[in-house]
Each structure stands twice: as structure tokens, then as C-alpha cells.
Ligand binder design. Structure first.
Ligand SMILES: [Ca+2]
Length: 297
């Protein structure tokens, strides 16, 4: 009996030690699994990030459902669009996405960052292509393309450039990398999706005072959302516009077409064609500007 009692005491004495060994073993296994997962994630991110040089780069993503490629300064490689990231590094870098006829694409600048954002191509559920350290972006050959600002209060300026039109501006007071669109039938200026949490007050300006601009090759679809929103068409700018977008339509959007002029006779003003029914907060047609309303509206 003495021997039995001694064995029981011994067991009680070593139980915490055994328990501790078991716990440490379990923890080490979990930690090893965790380390492996981290390593795996890091290597995956590393493999899917494509870097520019420290100089000025032109980085082009050629969209394709079967063989997408990225070309950096003339040198091409096939890529997987899932988890793809582009890093321009230093320099003045341009990131171009050629949709090759893709139906739709989105450029979503990253909130509070001037040189970063996401491109989403073809489906809203597509894996976004992230980019960083990019000074300007370009979208080519989409049937429809959308610029979705990340903040609540936005300011955008739309002007012609060689081969397309360029949108510069800021969202939430932070400049986003400007967008140039070429061979794009419809451009959505979405300043509404991220209106929550701020005033939602947006300012969109087409053209520049005193200059002639023809933006009519691309239909501009303005979704300005909530807040006090303005759309000003300056100078002698021609544009085709539809504001009947989003849940607010254009009900909170004040549109001014053209500018006052003291010249006699006044110069030819702006020329805006509206598509479909427009529901606006106000429409002010200045000087010798003119608007064209859709037939039977
Ligand atoms: Ca660079």
C-alpha cells in the first residue's frame, strides 16, 4: 500500500510537468503552422507584385481572359490577374490598362493616397489589380469605364488631351492619380458611391474658361449622389451628358452650361446634349450656349 501511495504522489507531482510539455508541444505545432502560412502569404504577395524601375516607367496591363500580360518599358511577361500588384517605385510612372474591348472597367483610387488605387476589369467581382507609386493612370478600349472616388466630397476637372480626355482632381481633399481615357464609349463619373460619412458635396467641371474643347466622343455619365453638387461646363465645350444615374438621379445636381461674356457679339458658348430624361436641381444656360434635349422628352 505504501508503494501505491508513493506512486500516486509521484503522479500528482509530475502531472503539471506533463501538462506543460503537452501544452508547449501543441503551441509549437500551431506556431509552426502559423509561420508557414505567413511565409506562404509573403511569397505569394512577392510573386504577384511586379515592380517598375526607380526611373520613369510606362507599365501596361494588356487585359485578356486567357493570357493577360504586363509590359514594362517594352518588356512583356504573362501574369495572373488574381492578387496582381503593380509597384512603380520611384520616378514619374504611368500605369496603362488596355481593356481590348472589355465591356467595363473601374478605377478606384485608394482613400487618402495620391498614387495608389485599384483597377477592376470586366466583372464587379473580378479580383482587383492593385497599384502603388503610380503618378498617372490610363484606360484604353473599354465599352464603359468608371472612375469611383473614394471620399465623400469630390472635385473633378475633365479636359481633352491628345487621343482622349483626362480627369484630374481630388477626393476628400486628397489628389488622386489623374485618369486619361482613350477609345472609351461611356465614362462614369461616380462621386456618389462613397458619399457616406461626409458632406457629399461634389464639383465637376468640364472644359476650361476661354478655350474650345470637344468631349463628345465619350458620353459622360454623372452620378453625383447626395450633397450639394455642381456640374459646370466652361468655355466652348461640347459634351454629351446623362445625369440620370444612381438613386438620386440628378435631383441634387445644379448644372451650368457656358459662361457670361462681355464680348460683342459673345463668343460661341458651350454645347451640351442631354441623354434621356434629366431630373436636375437647376439648369442655367449662359451666354450663347445651347443645350440639346432628347426628342420626345
Ligand atoms: Ca518608377
Amino acid at each position: 500500500m505504501q508503494s501505491l501511495a508513493a506512486s500516486a504522489r509521484l503522479l500528482r507531482a509530475i502531472r503539471p510537468v506533463i501538462s506543460n510539455i503537452h501544452t508547449r508541444s501543441w503551441w509549437n505545432r500551431r506556431r509552426a503552422q502559423f509561420d508557414w502560412r505567413c511565409e506562404s502569404l509573403e511569397s505569394r504577395q512577392y510573386l504577384s507584385t511586379i515592380y517598375g524601375t526607380t526611373g520613369d516607367d510606362q507599365i501596361t496591363l494588356n487585359y485578356s481572359t486567357t493570357n493577360p500580360t504586363v509590359t514594362i518599358n517594352g518588356s512583356s511577361q504573362s501574369v495572373n490577374l488574381v492578387d496582381l500588384s503593380i509597384d512603380g517605385l520611384a520616378g514619374n510612372d504611368t500605369f496603362i490598362v488596355n481593356g481590348h474591348g472589355a465591356r467595363i472597367g473601374w478605377y478606384k483610387p485608394t482613400s487618402n493616397q495620391s498614387h495608389a488605387g485599384n483597377f477592376i476589369i470586366r466583372k464587379s467581382t473580378s479580383s482587383p489589380v492593385h497599384f502603388t507609386n503610380i503618378e498617372s493612370v490610363q484606360a484604353i478600349d473599354f465599352w464603359k469605364f468608371a472612375l469611383v472616388t473614394p471620399g465623400s466630397a469630390d472635385a473633378e476637372a475633365v479636359n481633352p488631351v491628345t487621343g482622349g480626355i483626362r480627369i484630374t482632381g481630388s477626393s476628400g481633399g486628397v489628389t488622386f492619380a489623374p485618369l486619361t481615357v482613350s477609345s472609351i464609349t461611356r465614362l462614369v463619373l461616380d462621386t456618389a458611391t462613397n458619399d457616406a460619412g461626409g458632406s457629399g458635396n461634389d464639383s465637376i467641371t468640364l472644359g476650361t474658361s476661354g478655350t474650345t474643347a470637344d468631349l463628345s466622343a465619350t458620353t459622360l455619365l454623372v452620378n453625383s449622389g447626395v450633397g450639394s453638387n455642381t456640374l459646370n461646363v466652361l468655355g466652348q465645350t461640347s459634351a454629351i451628358i446623362n445625369t440620370s444615374f444612381g438613386s438620386q438621379l440628378g435631383t441634387l445636381l445644379s448644372v451650368t452650361v457656358g459662361e457670361d461674356s462681355t464680348q460683342t457679339p459673345p463668343p460661341t458658348g458651350a454645347n451640351v446634349q442631354f441623354l434621356s430624361t434629366q431630373v436636375l436641381d437647376s439648369l442655367y444656360i449662359k451666354g450663347s450656349s445651347q443645350i440639346v434635349l432628347p426628342a420626345n422628352k
